[in-house]
Write a protein that binds this ligand. Structure first.
Ligand code: NAD
Length: 269
């Protein structure tokens, strides 16, 4: 998995899974455009990458806004000469049901999670075609194919991202563009820690997150970033339109892992 000569754009690069992607791709010789709406360019990922002499630049943009994406893509192309890989990873987590959230809250999540990936793909794909093709990896979620309670807008946005990956795979396959969706389980990032902090007992939530997975422990951002890098690489040349769980087996057990604790047949073999 050598990305020497390749330009990789990572969105949501200032934190969590995106920051891990920056470390992964730069360690594999890619030139990386970090994109995040956060203002600061001195995030941990860019510091790490600069220390290794990697080519990495930080671009600030709110990707839910078309004018910002329309400005961003030419800036990246001007700086790096083109785009080969796009990691559509930026996203936010919010909670509510269709009766408790209002239209603004619905739009906020759709715009940050789904519209941003649409806009980035819309303006990056023509640049990829100019380079003879490329790869797009979208960070969906296990909630791209399942639902969590009280998360209607988030669940719908994540289902939509899987549809986006499949649509791009079909529409641009003949132009040598692959598109895939990774579906992480619970990953230990600032987003997950924030979600846990909403509870009166965050440690209880984090322990429950661990127990959702077959291995009894949630994922680390690097464990997702490695799969994203693989899917973006030529080693994955025959994988497109795929939904790839990176979930420690969360989607495997009937009724979920917690149901195995009390299910028929005993808790352990
Ligand atoms: N952490 C998990 O358990 C988990 C599980 C499944 C899927 N995911 C998905 O993984 C992705 C990354 O999540 P994370 O856990 O690393 O979260 P995170 O909050 O640590 O990082 C997300 C980054 O996206 C950026 N961002 C959000 N909206 C943006 C916008 N409109 N424009 C530009 N940047 C924007 C944020 O500023 C932040 O730096 C998200 O799409 C999330 O839904 C996370």
């Amino acid at each position: 998995m050598d990305f020497n000569g390749k330009v990789v754009v990572v969105t949501g690069a200032g934190s969590g899974i995106g920051a891990a992607c920056v470390r992964e791709f730069t360690s594999r010789n890619a030139a990386v455009a970090m994109v995040d709406r956060k203002a600061r360019a001195d995030g941990e990922a860019s510091r790490d990458s600069r220390a290794t002499g990697a080519v990495v630049e930080y671009f600030q943009a709110d990707l839910s806004l078309r004018p910002e994406v329309e400005r961003l893509i030419p800036e990246i192309v001007h700086r790096f000469g083109g785009i080969d890989v796009l990691v559509n990873n930026a996203g936010i987590q919010r909670y509510g049901s269709v009766t408790t959230i209002d239209e603004e809250q619905w739009d906020e999540v759709m715009d940050a999670n789904l519209k941003s990936a649409f806009l980035m793909s819309k303006f990056a794909i023509p640049e990829m075609i100019k380079r003879g093709g490329g790869a797009i990896v979208i960070t969906g979620s296990v909630q791209s194919v399942t639902a969590q309670r009280n998360s209607a807008h988030y669940v719908v946005s994540k289902h939509g991202l899987l549809g986006l990956a499949r649509s791009i795979a079909l529409d641009f396959g003949s132009q040598n563009i692959r598109a895939n969706c990774v579906m992480p389980g619970a990953i230990d990032t600032p987003m997950l820690r924030w979600a846990a902090s909403l509870d009166s007992d965050p440690d209880r939530v984090l322990a429950a997150c661990d127990r959702l997975h077959i291995r009894g422990k949630m994922g680390e951002p690097e464990e997702v970033a490695r799969v994203i890098a693989f899917l973006a690489s030529d080693l994955a040349s025959f994988i497109t339109g795929a939904a790839i769980p990176v979930d420690g087996g969360l989607l495997t057990p009937t009724g979920g892992m917690l149901s195995q604790e009390t299910g028929t047949g005993g808790a352990n073999p």
